[in-house]
Write a protein that binds this ligand. Structure first.
Ligand SMILES: Cc1cc2nc3c(=O)[nH]c(=O)nc-3n(C[C@H](O)[C@H](O)[C@H](O)COP(=O)(O)OP(=O)(O)OC[C@H]3O[C@@H](n4cnc5c(N)ncnc54)[C@H](O)[C@@H]3O)c2cc1C
Length: 529
């Protein structure tokens, strides 16, 4: 069996940077990637309109000053092809490809207690032994498969936004049905509507979406950032969400109505995710949140001509921001087009896919193509897709049967030398993920160095430390309004998945401090052997 220092699973932003750091430590490593190419999210999600909703100057690696100086983004928010180009540039620049094996899915990772090593197996028949196993499998990489009855007999074509054909799809002249109105749907609907003869949008839950106001990147802004990129990155690392947004310490309820509306209006015109930071308590006080939600609802009414359609597009049963806030270009206005019809699946649920369309409880819609924008088995899906077994052969699937349990979102008790990048229990999906990825990779690399310098073979989370962390993550989550939404943060979009608020909401900066302190004190909460 091939012997390695480390195996990394996944070749997105996380896996590639992990490989770079492992090389720097002089460790032998192999990256296995299920996709036929590198890039993770940006390899798979090629649907029309796929775009980052964190600004380009923030959503990029910071580990190399030369890299961040030489790369030039073209837009305020980069589109998928540009991000994929960037990742490929990074892979070439740092000569990463020779240790990446694509088209290879890791099927199992089993800890051999006697040897103190992991045995990793793939669907290509690889079997390797590694001291460390790093899961860089992604929080949003396990696409939900459509399970509608009748799909196998559908005579048209169907697509999943998270598995989009590389050659693209031309919907010109077609009748198209989009199922879902989450972020991917909100990005793709305006573009599909402009092509299609008719677009039917099948909605279960309306989302709050804010305009991106995307534009070519302001070159003055770029120059200013690049002149002091180090400081710009430092502030991002210490921020709450991994990029600096103008914060406001004041409660939404502490200011007069006109002033409050003025603040909302300002943020709306600026566009992007900063809206949720308009006031200090939007995500902790229902009353405060209601003021922002009402502002949004008025905006939807003003943007959508047909009051019945506007009403249907208006979220009412969960607080703003507790499902990921979407960022769009012309989403609401698209529903003013004559060739777009919105269908309320709460009133008239889908009964089946028919050979030539889709049947709800009310009627049949004839379509040529169906687009499933139905999201992901978030945060745990990709991890539990692998048969991971720790001490005494304990399956991770058993350990997490009632929901994920980790220490710091990085490690699991009973699973020595196994690391997760942006695992459940870390800020992950609540942050600019590149910042969170770099923080985790750096922490893991620091930990490996420490083990080497102290002559230790393994590191393992203690059960008590894990328990305390799980409780803390849960408590902090419940101080906010997040658990009030049936969101994918809560596992609510996957039938049968335990309802737990999975990410850590304590803030990126605070979380980093906690992780750094654990390390500085000789890895408190861990057993080193
Ligand atoms: C449409 C979309 C838009 C997004 N927009 C933003 C944004 O605006 N801002 C932001 O911060 N984040 C965004 N994200 C989150 C995004 O996933 C992260 O920013 C980042 O790309 C994650 O990188 P990663 O390497 O951790 O995971 P991924 O990019 O998901 O890569 C994980 C890789 O692991 C592979 N893998 C999984 N299991 C296995 C296995 N068993 N064997 C082999 N390979 C495996 C997968 O194929 C995948 O390629 C978005 C996600 C999506 C889906």
């Amino acid at each position: 069996m091939r012997q390695l220092d480390a195996v990394v699973v996944g070749a997105g932003f996380a896996g590639l940077y992990m490989l770079h750091r492992l090389r720097g430590l002089g460790l032998s490593a192999r990256v296995f990637e299920a996709g036929d190419g590198i890039g993770g999210t940006w390899y798979w999600n090629r649907y029309p309109g796929a775009r980052c909703d964190v600004e380009s100057m923030d959503y990029s690696y910071s580990f190399s000053e030369a890299l961040q100086q030489e790369w030039q983004w073209t837009e305020r928010y980069a589109a998928q092809p540009e991000i994929l180009k960037y990742i490929n540039h990074v892979a070439d620049r740092f000569d990463l490809r020779r240790d990446v094996q694509c088209s290879t899915r890791v099927t199992s990772a089993v800890f051999d207690e006697a040897a103190g090593r992991w045995t990793i197996e793939t669907d290509r028949g690889d079997q390797v032994s590694a001291r460390f196993c790093v899961m860089a499998t992604g929080c949003l990489s396990s696409a939900q498969a459509p399970t509608f009855p009748g799909l196998e007999g559908f005579q048209g074509r169907w697509y999943h936004t998270g598995r989009w054909p590389h050659e693209g799809v031309d919907f010109t002249g077609q009748r198209v049905g989009v199922i879902g109105t989450g972020s991917s749907a909100i990005q793709s609907i305006p573009i599909i509507a402009a092509q299609a003869a008719h677009l039917y949008v099948f909605q279960r839950t309306p989302n709050y979406s804010i305009p991106a106001h995307n534009a070519p990147l302001d070159r003055d802004f770029e120059r200013r950032v690049k002149a002091e990129y180090g400081e710009f990155r430092r502030q991002a690392r210490e921020s709450r969400v991994g990029f600096v947004m103008e914060r406001n310490d004041v409660s939404a309820l502490a200011v007069p109505r006109e002033q409050r509306e003025g603040e909302y209006e300002k943020r709306w015109s600026r566009g992007g995710l900063g809206f949720s930071a308009t006031f200090a308590d939007l995500l902790t006080s229902q009353e405060a949140n209601d003021t922002a939600a009402e502002f949004f609802r008025a905006k939807i009414r003003s943007l959508v001509r047909d009051p019945a359609v506007a009403d249907l597009l208006t979220p009412r049963d969960y607080p703003l921001g507790t499902k990921r806030l979407c960022v769009d270009t012309n989403y609401y206005a698209t529903f003013n087009r004559d060739n777009v019809t919105l269908i309320d699946l709460r009133k008239t649920p889908i009964e089946a896919i028919s050979p030539h369309g889709l049947r709800t409880s009310e009627r049949e819609y004839a379509v040529d193509s169906l687009v499933f924008a139905i999201g992901f088995d978030a945060m745990t899906g990709a991890l539990l897709g692998i048969d991971i077994r720790g001490r005494a052969g304990q399956p991770l699937r058993d350990k997490w049967a009632a929901g994920p349990r980790t220490y710091l979102g990085l490690t699991v008790a009973g699973f020595p030398n196994l690391f997760m990048i942006t695992g459940p229990g870390s800020p992950s999906v609540l942050s600019n993920m590149i910042v969170s990825i770099e923080q985790h990779v750096d922490w893991i690399a620091g930990c490996m160095t420490y083990l080497r310098e102290h002559g230790q073979a393994t590191i393992e989370a203690e059960a008590g430390a894990e328990e305390t962390w799980v409780t803390h993550v849960n408590e902090v989550g419940h101080l906010t309004l997040y658990p009030r939404a049936n969101s994918w943060y809560m596992g609510a979009n996957v039938p049968g998945k335990p309802r737990i608020f999975m990410p850590y909401i304590g803030g990126v900066g605070t979380y980093r401090q906690i992780c750094d302190e654990v390390a500085a004190k000789g890895y408190t909460g861990f057993t080193l052997q």
